[in-house]
Design a protein around this ligand. Sequence first.
Ligand code: SIN
Length: 326
Amino acid sequence: MPHLLLVATGGTIAGSAADSSDTAHYRAAALSAETLLAALPEAASIGSVSAEQLFALDSKNMQPAHWLALAQRLRERIADPAIDGIVLTHGTDTLEETAFFLHLTLPRSKPIVLTAAMRPATARSADGPMNLLQAFACAAQPEAAAHGPLVAAGDRIWRARDCRKRHSHAPDALGGIECGPVASAIGTSIQFEAAAPATAPRFGGALATALPRVDVICAYAGAPADLLEASVERDAKALVLALTGHGSVPDDWLPAIAAARAAGIAVVRASRVMAGGVAPQANFDDAAHGTLVCGRLSPWQARIVLMLGIAQGHDALQLQADLLGA
Ligand code: SIN
């Protein structure tokens, strides 16, 4: 039987409310990893399971320093020959950011499966216990490892890179935007439907000790250009512009972009639109303006790539390759 490790970080999956019908007023990260495991005796039929509480956070409070500590801890646990697979519980709010960070930084030698819940553990029809059970079932499959970190939610398994929060309160909130899941979960039976890509994590080498500030700035009708200036003044090392449409740059942002570039700040065009991303030279002369593009990444994913790439000392050319190859 495999030995599976639960690493808990908090979230609604560990949430508790006074009223079982209340799914909007509760305390996230209230229950311990041991409590979650004790409520799931079915996990014993999948493997032997141990638990460790790394953080107890509402994931809105997750910081880049937590990502680094988490990646370091998981690398140590992956190297432990006694552990066959790892399940990570996390809040849904920023799960896609942590999952993508791990996608970029963890070796693909053992299954790593993130899971979460939209309803607190005390709710009627809480979604957490089944999600957690299916995450264990997935982490027990050796073939899961090559996919990189996965997300188990609502009978489906997504690659961390593809998973987004798509709804603010419905139980099927997590999933892909332009792609399907890599596997289905029927009870505790996991069926992989896609082959693992033959890619290595982009930042699989030594972990940085700190990550630089990179800001995401959203465009909207009348968004002032001084938002960009404020970020640069506060020492942002790169800006991700979550622009309208296919990366359309407002005319009155051009001087602030030019000033940021002149100061050596990387400026990346991304889109606030859910799907499609921004392709090089689309709608804008990136070569002339010295801007980069996010490719298919979301603005939050592009930010993470920039943080890791800048921490490695990558120049603009390398950062663009990082963004398109992540
Ligand atoms: C959180 O992200 O920690 C709270 C919300 C959730 O898990 O759904």
